[in-house]
Design a protein around this ligand. Structure first.
Ligand code: CTP
Ligand code: CA
Length: 226
């Protein structure tokens, strides 16, 4: 969709978007990551900018180019992503599309962990990362008007998405089935279901750019009703 400035549906709206994976250090040369490419979150940032929004994209490490017309804040870990999101508030809409690592190593080693020659393996201890979406959705002072999360599931998609909607204080959850046969993580297409307090909307399988454009249209429509 192309908009002339005067008809840009998100003109004057501030939108904060997270995208990509996070990397959690084990030691100076090793980390824990996941298969997220950042394609869906980056496509949403591009579509929102195209619709006239003032977009801040907080991105984990990705290999795709920065979207045009967007302020990009690069981070590595979940804690860095959380701090960057907090600094980007207040905003009108928050869209948390990142695949945030759920756990990090309790204390990452300052020096590279070495084999000691005995065949003994290191035991990694994990702690849970902060939930960035829940922090924004349940924010006491600066909660955006519209908070949108994603739910990556391999089973019980709707039930799990509804649980996340409530627990994280989100208005909408974009639920996607990330079972390996669907090739969503890292792929170019997505089949999503929009879960809100009012019910579930099923969208057909489409490219991640098309999902982004539809989502931006739904956001513009929602904001025009306030
Ligand atoms: N999310 C987040 N911070 C985290 C974990 C998740 O902001 N530490 C956000 C994601 O960006 C997404 C939503 O929460 O918008 C759901 O992420 P998901 O991984 O599906 O849910 P989790 O709550 O982590 O639960 P689980 O992975 O166990 O299904
Ligand atoms: Ca998770």
């Amino acid at each position: 969709a192309h908009f002339t400035p005067s008809e840009a549906p998100l003109k004057g709206k501030r939108i904060v978007i997270t995208s990509g994976p996070t990397h959690e250090a084990i030691d100076p040369v090793r980390y824990i990551a996941n298969r997220s490419s950042g394609r869906q979150g980056h496509a949403i940032a591009a579509a929102a900018a195209q619709a006239g929004a003032d977009v801040t994209l907080v991105s984990g490490p990705v290999s795709i180019p920065d979207p045009k017309g967007v302020k990009v804040v690069r981070v590595e870990s979940a804690r860095e992503m959380q701090a960057a999101v907090e600094q980007s508030l207040p905003c009108d809409v928050a869209i948390m599309a990142a695949a945030v690592a759920d756990w990090r190593v309790a204390s990452d080693a300052a020096k590279k962990i070495k084999k000691d020659g005995s065949g003994k393996v290191p035991a990694l201890q994990f702690v849970e990362n902060p939930d960035i979406l829940a922090g924004v959705g349940n924010h006491t002072r600066l909660r955006p008007r519209l908070v949108i999360g994603f739910a990556a599931e391999t089973h019980d998609l709707i039930e799990n998405a509804q649980g996340k909607l409530k627990r994280k204080g989100a208005d909408w959850i974009v639920a996607n089935d990330v079972s390996p046969e669907n090739n969503v993580m890292g792929g170019t297409e997505n089949t999503v279901r929009i879960v809100t307090a009012d019910g579930v909307e099923d969208w057909p399988k489409m490219g991640k750019e098309a999902v982004a454009e539809q989502l931006v249209a739904r956001i513009a429509n929602r904001l025009s009703q306030d």
